[in-house]
Design a binder for this molecule. Structure first.
Ligand code: FAD
Length: 488
């Protein structure tokens, strides 16, 4: 018994109710919401998950259960008020939950990975065999189960689709406490439900991830624009370059706003005054960021082919580039994390807003949001990402929601509130949403919380009925991931 809920007696040793365990499970990367669970489970096998969820499902007073990966959500998505939080990373202490690599060249390589594993560990393990996952997030200290519950996007999405599109098979413990293996071929309804399913249908205990042969090195470029139209046209031009045997394609394509003359670390010191004066002149610069992977076999041809590619683009002089290893590139945000941690700026409120914007609205979005709401009101110091992707690289059967246009953009407002003034940023987020609403830009929130059930219904649009039916099928007692506040 913990806080008026009755828990399975055979999990006693693994269930913690002490203040430290409760505190650690009551907060997240957002540092905006605090919700105490009644108890925290430190599982050592998926049997423990089946027992925990099955006990709740068979009880006349079910308790809620939230899988917690790294709690890198920002609005309490991995919390369970007065329920049970499952510390998924505790599973990785069990040696049977290792990362196993299989398959072959003809049928494709894969890695069988525990849902609790961090992507950085998946990268390191697969590289030992010369292989790598194909689709990433910008930051790798996130769990496989956590990102697959959303979508998992980054600069590879335009080419490979989101992470949820690069999964062959899943093991899932459903809201009934049953362990089910699912794929496009077997138990497909559960497979599609869980991918992008915000933790609503089951806990992912294993994912079979698509792998490909890894390149070892990366050419990493940034080019600058003063005009959004030219910038986005060039992004789309690069996005349209087809994958070929040569290895020289934009393997990664993103973009960001440059409004702060104090954030020029990527650029050579001698060029920084010139870039700062361009910021002064234009207010916002748009930085196109792209990358080509290469190895010893392709190192001679890569420069020539890239030069050819850049010739067709209309950026301001110069091309800024770095040569780094594959791991250095993929793990780049961790370096920023270490710097921010040292300054005490990592564990601060993060009122983030991530949106998907249909291409038809992106010009109006630039004028109304980037130029008006951010620049004119002096919100110029945060990281703001903006880059395009294709709808046809996503699978509409999955739960993730995207705009209804062939090309759409993502914009990430990665606000960080050093002075605990997160409400100021949150109000900005509201202003952005209100602007889109008034301008008729049909944006979809990514990773986003909604304020009410009506907003969730609106978010899912034509997918709502399927989402709801799947909930009834796989988690009829509404036990799982209550922190998303969709059904609870
Ligand atoms: P948690 O926050 O612990 O959980 C998220 C949700 O998933 C919760 O509802 C939880 O109950 C559920 N869940 C967790 N594990 C499981 C499981 N095994 N099975 C089923 N449900 C589960 N996202 C991107 O797409 N692209 C990026 O580039 C990107 N960059 C980021 C950078 C930083 C610095 C941070 C903090 C976040 C970033 N994110 C990005 C967002 C990130 O992908 C999500 O917040 C993700 O959910 C975090 O993973 P987590 O393991 O911390 O999940």
């Amino acid at each position: 018994m913990a806080n008026n809920i009755t828990l399975p007696p055979n999990l006693q040793d693994k269930i913690h109710t002490d203040a430290d365990a409760i505190k650690a499970a009551s907060t997240d990367y957002g540092h905006i919401i605090t919700q105490n669970p009644a108890a925290v489970l430190f599982p050592s096998s998926m049997e423990d998950l089946k027992t925990l969820i099955g006990f709740s499902f068979n009880s006349s007073v079910p308790y809620t259960v939230a899988a917690k990966g790294r709690a890198h959500s920002v609005h309490g998505e991995a919390m369970a008020t007065n329920g049970v939080v499952v510390e998924m990373t505790s599973l990785s202490k069990n040696s049977s939950n290792m990362i196993l690599i299989g398959g072959d060249k003809a049928s494709g390589f894969y890695a069988d990975v525990g849902g609790e594993q961090l992507w950085i560990d998946v990268l390191n393990a697969t590289l030992q065999k010369g292989l790598t996952p194909v689709s990433w997030t910008d930051y790798l200290y996130l769990t496989v189960g956590g990102t697959l519950s959303n979508a998992g996007i980054s600069g590879q999405t335009h080419l490979k689709g989101p992470q949820i599109n690069n999964v062959y098979e899943l093991d899932v413990v459903t809201g009934k406490g049953e362990l089910v293996t699912c794929s496009k071929q077997a138990n497909s309804e559960l497979f599609y439900a869980v991918l992008g399913g915000l933790g609503q249908f089951g806990i992912i205990t294993r994912a079979r991830i698509v792998l490909e042969p890894a390149k070892t090195k990366v050419k990493w470029f940034r080019i600058i624009y003063s005009d959004f139209d030219t910038f986005s046209k060039d992004q789309e031009k690069l996005m349209a370059v087809k994958e070929s045997g040569s290895g020289v394609i934009p393997n990664y394509l993103e973009g960001q706003l440059l409004m702060d003359p104090n954030s020029l670390d990527f650029y050579p010191p001698e060029d920084r005054p010139r870039i700062a004066s361009l910021i002064k002149q234009y207010g916002i610069l748009y930085v196109l960021e792209t990358v080509s992977y290469y190895d010893d076999r392709t190192k001679h041809s890569v420069d020539k082919k890239l030069h050819q590619l850049f010739k067709s683009l209309s950026y301001l002089p110069n091309i800024y580039s770095k040569n780094v290893t594959y791991v250095e590139f993929l793990d780049r945000v961790h370096a920023d994390e270490l710097v921010l941690r040292k300054k005490g700026l990592w564990e601060v409120p993060h009122p983030w807003l991530n949106l998907f914007i249909p291409k038809s609205g992106i010009q109006a979005f630039n004028n109304g949001v980037f130029k008006n709401i951010l620049l004119k009101q002096n919100f110029t110091t945060s990281i703001v990402l903006v880059y395009p992707m294709y709808r046809n690289k996503w699978d509409d059967n999955m739960s993730a929601v995207i705009p209804d246009e062939e090309i759409f953009y993502t914009a990430g407002f990665l606000f960080s509130s050093r002075f605990n003034n997160w409400k100021v940023f949150d109000n900005k987020n509201k202003e952005i949403m209100e602007f889109c609403d008034k301008a008729g830009i049909k944006v979809k929130k990514y990773l986003g919380y909604q304020n009410s059930k009506e907003e969730w219904i609106n978010h899912f649009g034509s997918k709502w009925k399927t989402f709801q039916d799947r909930k009834t099928q796989f988690d009829p007692k509404m036990i799982l991931s209550p922190g998303q506040k969709i059904f609870n």
